[in-house]
Write a protein of this length. Structure first.
Length: 251
């Protein structure tokens, strides 16, 4: 079940807890993908990924925010030409192989068509492309409170997420966690959020985070598959009968 775009906007941009969540997840994403490395690349987001895309506006060749129809769309970024577009979950307005970096936030866990969404991720990623899937942690505190967007949709464990990615043609590369503090609006937790994020990355396992971030690359040939040329040992032999010289005519 997708949340309404207005609820997501209000959480991330108008609440203190939302701004804390935005910063914590974006900091981890930037550590994976430094904005300077996006120079000349196409960076796309699906779901409600706009809180994470702003650092790439100054370096990437193109930035686009895909927002699914059940969620709704809003103009983004504020004060600049619009880069967001409303799209079907299972049919994105992007050319095959045109994306270098793809991030999903509130795009996979809230969808009722996860296989189709992952198929579109596979399709639009180009050679060497990377995708970053951000989902609620099944055992974390944030998935247990519906006061935040992470309390909706399907939470995952790292094993569940990576198994699903492998089934749909992705090779998990690395994962991390964010949101180590509780989902509380109390001043103490909000003021100490940076400390909890730093401490959590150094000391806690990913089980303690509120969300998982799983980076994966596109598998061009699924495990166990065989190239067509291996199945036909010598394709040109089928022409031997055509090119062979004619034999003696039967008596």
């Amino acid at each position: 079940m997708h949340l309404d775009v207005l609820d997501l906007r209000n959480f991330y941009y108008k609440t203190r807890l939302g701004r804390v969540a935005q910063r914590a997840i974006r900091d981890q994403m930037v550590e994976f993908w430094p904005p300077t490395e996006a120079r000349g690349q196409t960076v796309a987001g699906f779901g409600f990924a706009v809180p994470l895309l702003r650092p790439y506006l100054g370096n990437a060749r193109r930035v686009i925010a895909l927002m699914p129809g059940p969620q709704g769309v809003m103009p983004w970024p504020a004060g600049h030409p619009n880069l967001s577009v409303l799209c079907e979950e299972m049919l994105w307005p992007l050319d095959t192989g045109s994306v270098d970096r793809l991030v999903l936030l509130h795009g996979l866990d809230t969808s009722e068509h996860t296989s189709e969404v992952l198929a579109e991720c596979q399709r639009v990623l180009g050679p060497g492309g990377k995708a970053l899937f951000i989902v609620p942690n099944r055992s974390g505190l944030w998935a247990r409170r519906d006061a935040t967007p992470f309390g909706y949709g399907r939470p995952y464990s790292t094993g569940q997420l990576e198994a699903q990615l492998l089934r749909h043609g992705f090779q998990p590369e690395r994962h991390a966690a964010a949101l180590f503090g509780p989902p509380s609006e109390k001043r103490f937790w909000l003021r100490s959020s940076r400390m909890w994020e730093k401490f959590g990355r150094q000391v806690f396992t990913s089980l303690a985070g509120g969300v998982f971030l799983a980076e994966a690359s596109k598998i061009t040939q699924l495990p166990g598959g065989s190239p067509v040329k291996d199945m036909v040992r010598d394709p040109l032999r089928v022409l031997d009968a055509v090119n062979a010289p004619p034999g003696p005519k039967p008596a």
